[in-house]
Design a protein around this ligand. Structure first.
Ligand code: AMP
Length: 143
């Protein structure tokens, strides 16, 4: 399952090593959750496995299961924190599918009826807003 093409210097690998900042909301033995810096909707959150995994094809099934368990917990908190009418889960594999960071991740997007999403990975959010949103998700997680 290991991926010889995994780039250990991708931004999520740096976040995992503490070499890049992140507005963290969740952590367990296998996964990390943090705010997307270019949110497509308010509360856009990412969950990643700690394993150096490029995409779903290279993921250890056990790790994939742990990741989805973390996604369920974080998505439940995001839904509560943003009073979301719906939650969209998105997971992109490969450049052709729109993947821009080559470390496996699941997007958690709170949605409200009739409100469009912003463009993918386009506009940086205000760090203070992201810090506030992260705090709301952490509160909903009870952590
Ligand atoms: P994808 O295109 O599915 O690979 O998604 C990558 C996501 O990572 C995009 O939504 C970006 O906005 C987001 N992103 C890029 N750099 C960072 C970062 N330093 N911290 C948090 N999210 C990031």
């Amino acid at each position: 399952m290991s991926d010889p093409n995994y780039d250990p210097n991708n931004i999520f690998a740096k976040i995992l090593r503490g070499e890049a900042p992140a507005h963290k909301v969740y952590e367990d033995e296998w996964c990390l959750g943090f705010m997307d810096v270019m949110p497509q909707t308010p509360g856009h959150t990412l969950v990643i496995p700690k394993d150096p995994t490029t995409d779903v094809f290279h993921a250890d099934p056990e790790i994939l299961g742990r990741t989805m368990q973390a996604v369920q917990k974080v998505a439940t908190a995001v839904q509560a924190a943003f009073a979301a009418q719906g939650i969209m889960l998105v997971q992109l594999n490969g450049k052709a599918a729109g993947q821009t960071v080559f470390h496996l991740h699941v997007h958690i997007l709170p949605r409200q009826s009739g409100v469009d999403m912003r463009m993918h990975a386009q506009d940086m959010a205000d760090p203070e807003v992201l810090a506030d949103h992260a705090s709301r998700v952490r509160d909903a997680l009870g952590s």
